[in-house]
Design a binder for this molecule. Structure first.
Ligand code: NAD
Length: 246
């Protein structure tokens, strides 16, 4: 679980552990990863914490090696860590913000799969769920670096799924709508009126809870989804349907 120290990643690690899986909690924030790992262990689960920045090839390679050294195999992963690129109209985005968003949000997912896939092949296969976003499907005003990176995550997911469908690895994505995490609170604090506007575009007229995304991720990771690959699951309380006349 990358980005497992907060929000959706934290909830997924907790759900995963509650379902009986070992949870390797990866985050660039060492204290956050350790806290989630402690929480899982206190509830009787099996977990280790690893500090890694997913935009660093060396750290990603070490992350997979440390997991294999500890548990001997890698069965399921959720590539969840991401970084936005600020909230600006496209001409006002600076190159540094653009590059950083691509490095973490898009290249990070590619780097993770680059090292996770060989590890999974070595033990007969596995399941990968990348966390995309509906911003990567529909675009999102004021978030061009993030939306473009998430669109890339969807293309990468389908490409990896096509490459490994015959070798026992399923690769899917979950595309959440707005979810009540520290990341979206940061957005609401920076963009006036964003909270009300965001809630309004969901047919359910509310944000999702991290646990609602976690359940979808854990389903796709599990054998219950054994015939699903290359799929992007919309978990958004109905952003893509039209309740506007009600
Ligand atoms: N919250 C939402 O509304 C929403 C909507 C759609 C998609 N998503 C996606 O869900 C995922 C999780 O988002 P969240 O809202 O839980 O965010 P969050 O900010 O609560 O948690 C993100 C975690 O990722 C870690 N992280 C950031 N950069 C990292 C890096 N380079 N290497 C390793 N760890 C790193 C952070 O330290 C943090 O613990 C992201 O991919 C995000 O784009 C979130």
């Amino acid at each position: 679980m990358t980005g497992g120290g907060s929000g959706i990643g934290r909830a997924t690690a907790m759900t995963f552990a509650r379902d009986g899986a070992v949870a390797v909690v990866v985050d660039r924030d060492a204290a956050a990863a350790a806290a989630v790992c402690d929480e899982i262990q206190s509830a009787g689960g099996d977990s280790i914490a690893i500090t890694a920045d997913v935009s660093s090839e060396q750290q990603v390679e070490e992350m997979v090696a440390a997991t294999l050294a500890h548990y001997g195999r890698l069965d399921c992963v959720s590539n969840n860590a991401a970084l936005g690129g600020g909230f600006n109209l496209l001409p006002d985005v600076d190159s540094r913000s653009w590059d950083r968003a691509q490095d973490v949000t898009l290249k990070g997912v590619w780097l993770c799969m680059k090292y996770q896939i060989p590890a999974m092949l070595a033990s007969g296969g596995g399941s990968i769920v990348n966390i995309a976003s509906l911003s990567g499907v529909n675009g999102e005003a004021l978030q061009s670096p993030y939306s473009a990176a998430k669109g890339g995550v969807i293309a990468l997911t389908k490409t990896a799924a096509a490459e490994y469908a015959q070798r026992g690895i399923r690769v899917n994505a979950v595309a959440p709508g707005g979810v009540r995490t520290p990341a979206i609170e940061d957005y609401f604090n920076k963009v006036p009126g964003a909270r009300e506007k965001t809630e309004a575009v969901h047919a359910m007229r509310r944000l999702g809870e991290p646990e609602e995304i976690a359940d979808a991720v854990c389903y796709l990771l599990s054998d219950r989804a054994s015939f699903i690959t290359g799929h992007v699951l919309d978990v958004s309380g109905g952003i893509t349907i039209n309740p506007h006349t009600l």
